[in-house]
Unconditional design. Structure first.
Length: 510
């Protein structure tokens, strides 16, 4: 991206005797971090040469090579200047300002950064204010658009710096065997972040993610990728831990894909060892497909890709995740408060203690959650339908305030008609919040009408709407709440998403 710098920006930066704008250093940090080209117009150079401070002139001349000087010099067209008729050119400065604006509006550069209020006013008249930014506006935009890894409050996966991870932990031995120069690569990443999970001080899970822009070269991948914004799963390994840690990492991958606005996720991996084959199977189950190979040596890596955006009805909800389809039923799924956060720890309430929900329970880490029901109203619920989790309040007098909508999920499957107790228990294994004794009790009392609904956790609602909200908006009738599998209209669902300030990017509206 080409960023044209106004004269006042250059003056601020090269004035070493006083700090005229505290954000100038941050501006140039972001320009360099994002690999944007710092462009300077020849008129700016002429303007600086006339600047009265010889020290600033000398400093600029020394650092001139750090800027890209525009070579193709053109004048604003008469048609362009007509749009600025209410801003007549009265000085050489006006002429320079109009020329810089023309370069932006004509598409010769992508952005103009300036602290000049008059230029900003002209940009508004030209409807180009989103391409003419102040230093602060550019920094804020760069921060919001920059690649960052998503944080997680609960469970044991932590975001850490490479430099704080023990490179010589035996966990990384397999990477050293597979990749020449792994140790040097790891050290070069010391200031970058990755996700780590430890048990008894030992690493058992590691995930490194790298957002990549459309111009990323892929010469070593066959066939070569088309131009897309992608998320690379750079280093990914999970040691079997019995808590469905792999699914937790799949969620983290997809969350970061959404947060970084990518079109595709990809991973390259060898698949000639049992643990790599198990990892490949996990990825394939969650929608990664073989695309091609990487490398020129006899031992090549498989390249697996997963599209982000659009819903493929020929695939299972699991394979489509995190992509969802809008034209489906939208249902309510109530859950007792004592079970809610144990099953959906990411949807923890503000008045709950995180420490109470950080235990190593498989159902907490699982991306697929089992919801056990004996409701007669589940007929018609099918895979792909959307379900809103409704945490039921504990006190009747405050039910309208304590009962809240917390979580958006997608139905993966609905199973019933279990012939044996073992079949029922197997369907719930490691994914249900209920203990073995509780499941045994359900079977003994209600075996003929038990249903096991597998839900894929999509995201927590940003703002928790209460039962009182449902009453006020005619979605539920007071004094009651909502029942299992109660259906809402599309309009009601849209209003809930809007009023809960919850945005989900990859919803296919077809």
């Amino acid at each position: 991206m080409k960023v044209l710098l106004d004269t006042n920006i250059i003056i601020h930066r090269e004035n070493n005797r006083c700090v005229t704008n505290d954000n100038i250093g941050k501006l140039f940090y972001w320009l360099e971090s994002l690999h944007y080209k710092k462009m300077v117009h020849p008129l700016t150079i002429q303007e600086i040469k006339q600047y009265k401070d010889p020290v600033t002139q000398q400093l600029f001349n020394v650092k001139l090579d750090s800027y890209n000087i525009i070579k193709s010099v053109v004048k604003p067209t008469p048609e362009f200047l007509k749009h600025l008729a209410k801003f007549p050119e009265r000085s050489e400065n006006d002429r320079i300002d109009n020329t810089l604006l023309f370069y932006v509006c004509d598409g010769r550069v992508d952005l103009l950064i300036t602290e000049d209020r008059k230029i900003k006013e002209k940009a508004r008249a030209l409807q180009a204010e989103n391409r003419v930014l102040s230093v602060t506006e550019f920094i804020d935009q760069a921060k919001s658009n920059s690649a960052t890894l998503t944080n997680y409050k609960v469970l044991g996966v932590e975001k850490v710096l490479f430099g704080d991870v023990d490179l010589f932990d035996p966990f990384f031995d397999s990477f050293r065997e597979d990749y020449d120069g792994f140790n040097d690569w790891f050290k070069r990443k010391s200031e970058e972040e990755a996700y780590v999970y430890k048990e008894n001080g030992q690493i058992v899970g590691f995930l490194y993610l790298k957002p990549e822009e459309k111009n990323e070269p892929y010469n070593d991948i066959n066939p070569v990728f088309s131009r897309k914004r992608r998320l690379k799963v750079g280093t990914f390994k999970v040691v079997s831990s019995g808590i469905r840690l792999g699914e937790r990492f799949i969620k983290i991958i997809c969350d970061n894909a959404i947060d970084n606005h990518v079109q595709e996720v990809y991973i390259t991996l060898f698949s000639d060892r049992p643990e790599l084959q198990a990892l490949k199977k996990l990825l394939v189950d969650w929608g990664f497909k073989k695309y091609g190979v990487k490398g020129n040596k006899p031992r090549k890596e498989d390249v697996l890709v997963k599209p982000i955006g659009g819903y493929d009805p020929s695939l299972t909800p699991t394979a489509n995740y995190p992509n969802i389809r809008y034209g489906v039923k939208k249902l309510f799924m109530p859950i007792l408060a004592k079970f809610h956060t144990h099953l959906f720890p990411d949807s923890i309430l503000k008045n709950e203690d995180i420490a109470d929900f950080n235990k190593r329970d498989a159902h907490k880490y699982a991306l697929k959650k089992v919801y056990v029901s004996w409701s007669p109203y589940s007929e018609g619920a099918v895979p792909g339908d959307l379900a809103l989790i409704y945490r039921m309040g504990t006190h009747n007098g405050r039910k309208g305030y304590e009962s809240v909508l917390t979580t958006l999920t997608m139905i993966d499957s609905v199973s019933d008609g279990f012939k044996t107790r073992e079949d029922f228990l197997r369907a719930c294994q490691d994914r249900s919040v209920f203990s073995s004794d509780e499941l045994e009790y359900f079977w003994s009392k209600k075996s003929w009408k038990l249903k096991v609904v597998r839900l894929i956790y999509l995201k927590s609602l940003s703002n928790r709407l209460t039962l009182g909200y449902l009453w006020d908006n005619g979605i539920a009738s007071p004094p009651g709440g909502v029942r299992q599998f109660d259906q809402m209209t599309d309009e009601q669902f849209d209003n809930i998403m809007r009023d809960s300030e919850t945005h989900f990017s990859f919803c296919d509206r077809r």
